[in-house]
Design a protein around this ligand. Structure first.
Ligand SMILES: [Fe+2]
Length: 140
C-alpha cells in the first residue's frame, strides 16, 4: 500500500468520552477515505466528495463541543486552539471549492492533510487541555 493507514490509539485519548468518541469518528472517516484513495479513480473522487461533506458535519458538532469544554475549564490557550480549528474549517472549504470547480481536485492531498491534522492536532494540541478538563471532571 502506498500510503500509511490511520487507526485510533489509546494515546490519542484526552480523557473525555464525548471528545474521544468524536475524535474516533474523524479517524474512522479518514481511514475509510485513505482506503478509497488507494483504490483511486472514480472511487477516490466519490469518496473525496463524501469525505468533504462528512468533514463539514464533523466540524460543526465536534469543534462546538470541544470549544465549550475548553471554555468551561478556563483553558488559557483557548483562542490559539480555536484559531487552529478555524484553519481546519478553511482548509475543508478550500477543498470543497476545488472539488466544485474541478480545479485539479486531489483526494490524496486531502487525505494526507486529514492524517496530519489527526496526528498534529489530536495527538498534540488537544492533549494540552487535558489537565484543565480533568479538573472540570473532578469538580462534578
Ligand atoms: Fe481541538
Amino acid at each position: 500500500m502506498p500510503d500509511a493507514q490511520i487507526e485510533w490509539r489509546e494515546d490519542f485519548s484526552v480523557g473525555n468520552d464525548q471528545i474521544d468518541d468524536q475524535h474516533k469518528e474523524l479517524i474512522r472517516i479518514t481511514g475509510e477515505f485513505i482506503s478509497h484513495c488507494q483504490i483511486g479513480g472514480v472511487v477516490a473522487k466519490v469518496a473525496f466528495l463524501t469525505t468533504i461533506q462528512k468533514a463539514v458535519h464533523y466540524v460543526k458538532t465536534h469543534f462546538a463541543a470541544e470549544e465549550a469544554v475548553m471554555k468551561k475549564a478556563g483553558y488559557p490557550e483557548f483562542e490559539i486552539h480555536k484559531r487552529q480549528h478555524e484553519e481546519f474549517v478553511n482548509e475543508v472549504v478550500r477543498q470543497a471549492k476545488m472539488f466544485e470547480r474541478e480545479d485539479n481536485p486531489n483526494p490524496g492531498e486531502f487525505s494526507r492533510y486529514l492524517m496530519n491534522w489527526i496526528v498534529e492536532h489530536i495527538a498534540d494540541s488537544d492533549k494540552k487541555y487535558i489537565p484543565y478538563i480533568a479538573r472540570l471532571d473532578s469538580a462534578r
